[in-house]
Design a protein around this ligand. Structure first.
Ligand SMILES: Cc1ncc(COP(=O)(O)O)c(C=O)c1O
Length: 400
């Protein structure tokens, strides 16, 4: 508990948290299940190259997403590169993508030999705006990369229609749509294909890893070859290959999390509800809600919106939080078109909704390391910042 401004970590006081409170899930695979599977890997000496655990994981994930194919890969980034390269209408073309999303996407488009074309998002859902995407489509458009936001899936119906009308292939970055649904169907079965991550900070923890879901038999076949250097057999290759294989140890980790997935989502929901209750009375802040509309959500993030009524800026709050070991982050800020990730050859467009949103949100600590009392302590800290803003603000400004 802070009594004076001097008690704040940012001014040299003792931090609230003795260890970092991160923004990732960090849900560890079940230890017994994991080591049992690893013992099998040792016994078989089959470490990689499409081993039985990778195949089992693919079967289970295909079932979970209700699709015909799951193609496991070394991480979601490689999955996105493979998919964009495989489906692009023409080499060197543009990938339509939102600018209010994960910073890595523009580079991934470039690895696929394509150029990012940044479009605005819709204000309430934060998802790529179909009207902006439609306006950007021309003969140079290679692909639409729509991204599901954690609080809202894309405008799936509109984008599927747009893709049918224009012939531009549609894929989804579904890293934050894991275990969510749209119109009662699991995310994973829309567009030509969707891509998920198995990174340790994500819902399903394979330490590293990712996978592509699709019901397109030919595409699945091509992707399976491409992730394995393009080999068709020992002599022949198809497509441009690379090594994007998932290995057995990572598959063992992901498999050891699968049975706990729904319980993890429930724990996320509990943390989200605790956050909402703890922050309910603090004026000037709003939390991003998960709609109560019968769809399935993963409650992966807790996002706070800082309005003009709060007496410190979003960035000042983040500075104070991080100094207390609460590793909060400005959410999708700066936006991609104004970030270092924007390729130098692109003239950054004006994207008013994205630019406004990118100034407002904080991604708060979440996940398995966050205890209920941590959430109360964070709410107390916000009340303290609110009550002492007049003393805190000038000192933060002076420190630059
Ligand atoms: C939306 C989105 N797409 C792609 C990725 C990349 O995932 P990976 O780390 O598995 O390559 C991330 C990582 O955080 C992400 O948030």
């Amino acid at each position: 508990m802070k009594h004076t401004v001097e008690d704040l970590g940012v001014f040299g006081g003792r931090t609230i948290f003795p260890a970092a409170r991160p923004i990732g899930q960090l849900a560890l695979p079940n230890r017994e299940a994991f080591f049992r599977l690893v013992a099998g890997v040792y016994a078989r000496r089959r470490i990689t190259n499409n081993g039985p655990l990778v195949q089992k994981l693919e079967r289970r994930l295909a079932q979970l997403h209700q699709v015909r194919h799951c193609i496991a890969v070394a991480n979601a980034s490689l999955g996105l590169i493979l998919l964009m390269q495989a489906l692009a209408r023409h080499a060197g073309g543009e990938v339509i993508m939102p600018a209010f999303t994960y910073a890595g996407l523009p580079h991934l488009a470039q690895w696929a030999g394509l150029r990012p074309r940044f479009c605005d998002v819709e204000a309430r859902s934060h998802a790529l705006d179909p009207a902006c995407a439609a306006a950007a489509i021309d003969d140079g458009t290679a692909l639409i990369l729509a991204v599901h936001q954690v609080n809202s899936p894309c405008f799936i119906t509109e984008f599927e229609q747009l893709s049918r009308d224009t012939g531009v292939p549609l894929v989804f970055d579904s890293v934050h749509g894991a275990r969510c649904s749209f119109q009662g169907r699991p995310i994973g079965g829309f567009g030509r294909a969707e891509v998920f991550s198995l990174h340790a900070t994500k819902l399903l923890n394979g330490f590293e890893g990712g996978y592509i879901t699709t019901s397109d038999d030919m595409l699945a076949d091509l992707l399976r070859r491409q992730r394995n250097f393009g080999y068709v057999d020992e002599a022949a290759t198809a497509g441009i290959g690379l090594n994007a294989k998932l290995n057995e140890l990572h598959a063992a980790a992901a498999l050891s999390c699968l049975d706990d997935l729904d319980a993890l989502v429930q724990r996320n929901q509990r943390r989200y509800e605790l956050y909402r209750a703890a922050f309910a009375g603090i004026s000037g802040l709003d939390c991003v809600r998960y709609a109560d509309n019968g769809e399935r959500w993963n409650y992966e993030f807790f996002l706070l919106e800082v309005t003009d009524a709060f007496p410190l800026s979003r960035n000042q709050i983040v500075t104070v939080l991080r100094a207390e070991q609460a590793l909060a982050r400005p959410y999708y800020s700066p936006p991609l078109h104004l970030s270092q990730h924007c390729p130098a050859f692109i003239d950054p467009p004006s994207l008013p909704v994205t630019e406004t949103l990118s100034r407002r949100f904080i991604q708060m600590p979440v996940g398995e390391t966050l205890q209920p009392e941590d959430i109360s302590a964070l709410a107390d800290l916000f009340r303290f910042m609110q009550g002492n803003a007049a003393a805190i603000r000038p000192r933060l400004e002076a420190a630059g």
